[in-house]
Write a protein that binds this ligand. Structure first.
Ligand code: THG
Length: 350
């Protein structure tokens, strides 16, 4: 049971719904009630074995030794040149057993190749795990009804094991929205429909709807989308991910040389948060140029949505660093004969 989506995309070779009613209607419902999202496209890359810690430390500039069993950690993966490979959530299931819950790029083969090349003792697989997100302000009430009062005490980015609808799973307080909620990592795929129906029925009293990551909500919340707001061509300093780079990390990391250099040199570009006041603009099919007063190209939009809260279109854009100061006026080239004025609200998360 549920509703029919209006549009979808493909993410990690898996369908992902993008709109159910309209971005605005989906957003309003998400901010007030509770939604159930099929986010099985968030594939898991399982890393286990004696060298699992070494391998995870090698591929991220974050200090993974601080990650406890039962904890999630947002760990940008960075290559030897400083480029961002993916931005997964790491789940530490056990001392030498991890899942990387990945964004849309091929991490499995990247990690397998590195482990083989390094001669590490690891087992790396794509387990049949399908995440399901429960998001929105009534998520806690709904999950308390289903799993008991102690779920309320689950801290952000922690998980524990629970059973529902005849299947056991990890449930974490996480999710790709600004409205709070949980993610269930379903391992028994055959139990998926029963689990969905069980949550759906209990959710009726909270006005539950089927939903999906919402563009307005995620841009307002400042959640970056891999492949759009950051790619292999950007390093974490460009994208405001500085706080996920440990400067005192003890373990070997393949990006540390490139990132130290990038830090000293400073970046030529910065990801910024832009406000484009006025009417709701249709998100571009092709990349929209960002220019200065003279019409010279200074960067590109990477994501955009219309936000009632901001009374205009909010966007991420990668622009030349000297144009990234808050208050900077810029122009978005919508068409050869149409321009919109824009203002830099802030450097992303700086
Ligand atoms: N959940 C799961 N897997 C995922 C995503 C998810 N894989 C793909 C994609 N989303 C990965 N990207 C992100 C980006 C941001 C966050 C989570 C996944 C996030 N960030 C918090 C923030 O920015 O406020 C907290 C980051 C922190 O401070 O540690 O939640 O959503 N399973």
């Amino acid at each position: 049971m549920g509703q029919t989506p209006k549009s979808m995309t493909i993410y990690n070779n898996t369908p992902l719904m993008t709109v159910f009613r309209s971005p605005q209607q989906d957003y309003e419902h998400l901010c007030e009630h509770v939604q159930i999202w099929d986010v099985s496209c968030e594939r898991q890359v399982e890393i286990a074995g004696g060298d699992a810690v070494k391998l995870v430390e090698l591929i991220t500039p974050r200090d993974v030794s601080k990650c406890e069993i039962g904890q999630c950690m947002y760990i940008p993966l960075v290559d030897e040149n400083g480029g961002i490979v993916n931005d997964p959530i790491l789940l530490r299931l056990n001392k030498e057993h991890f899942w990387l819950s990945i964004a849309d790029s091929n991490v499995l083969l990247w990690v397998k190749g590195i482990a083989y090349g390094m001669g590490y003792r690891t087992s790396i697989q794509d387990p049949d795990v399908n995440p399901l997100a429960i998001q929105g302000p009534r998520s806690d009430d709904l999950m308390v009804d289903l799993l008991g009062e102690n779920i309320r005490k689950l801290p952000f980015f922690r998980f524990f094991r629970k059973t529902l609808a005849g299947t056991s799973f990890y449930i974490a307080r996480s999710g790709w929205s600004g409205q709070g909620g949980f993610e269930i990592y379903l391992e028994e795929c055959s139990k998926g429909l029963d689990l969905w129906d069980c949550i759906w029925d209990a959710g009726q009293k909270y006005n539950i709807r089927a939903g999906c990551p919402n563009s307005i909500d995620r841009i307002e919340r400042g959640l970056l989308s891999y492949g759009n707001d950051m790619t292999l061509a950007e390093n974490p300093f460009v994208c405001g991910l500085d706080r996920f780079i440990s400067r005192d990390k003890k373990a070997e990391c393949m990006s540390s040389g490139a990132l130290s250099k990038a830090y000293e040199q400073g970046t030529t570009h910065k990801l910024v948060y832009l406000l484009i006041p006025g009417k709701s603009l249709t998100p571009p099919r092709e990349t929209w140029r960002v220019s200065d007063e003279s019409g010279t190209t200074r960067g590109y939009l990477t994501s955009m949505a219309y936000s009632m809260r901001y009374g205009g279109n909010i966007a991420f854009a990668t622009v030349e660093a000297q144009f990234s100061t808050p208050g900077q006026a810029l122009f978005v080239e919508i068409d050869s004969d149409e321009q919109a004025t824009a203002t830099v609200l802030s450097e992303f998360r700086d």
